[in-house]
Design a protein around this ligand. Sequence first.
Ligand SMILES: [Zn+2]
Ligand SMILES: [Zn+2]
Length: 96
Amino acid sequence: MKVLHNHLCSLCNTTKTCFVFTDFEALFSCCKECSEELEQNLSFAEECEDNCSLCGAYKKVKSVEFEDSLFFSDFKICNRCNLHLKLLIESQEEVE
Ligand SMILES: [Zn+2]
Ligand SMILES: [Zn+2]
């Protein structure tokens, strides 16, 4: 994962400083605000079975809506990708 300035956030569709993830099947980037919003919303999102937006696997996922997103307006994430995402963001924050 890299942190890039002036990068388009996949979730709010705004150009700002983003975490850019290269570890997932899908090309995905998100800004700090969206990563926090995602984490908050995921804590009370209902689990359902669908394709994870990040790894593409059909499994138990949690779904969060991002109205302004072009590709992830209905963002779904499985537990494994969510943990991985959090770890990457946390390790990045320690470096800063
Ligand atoms: Zn964003
Ligand atoms: Zn996944």
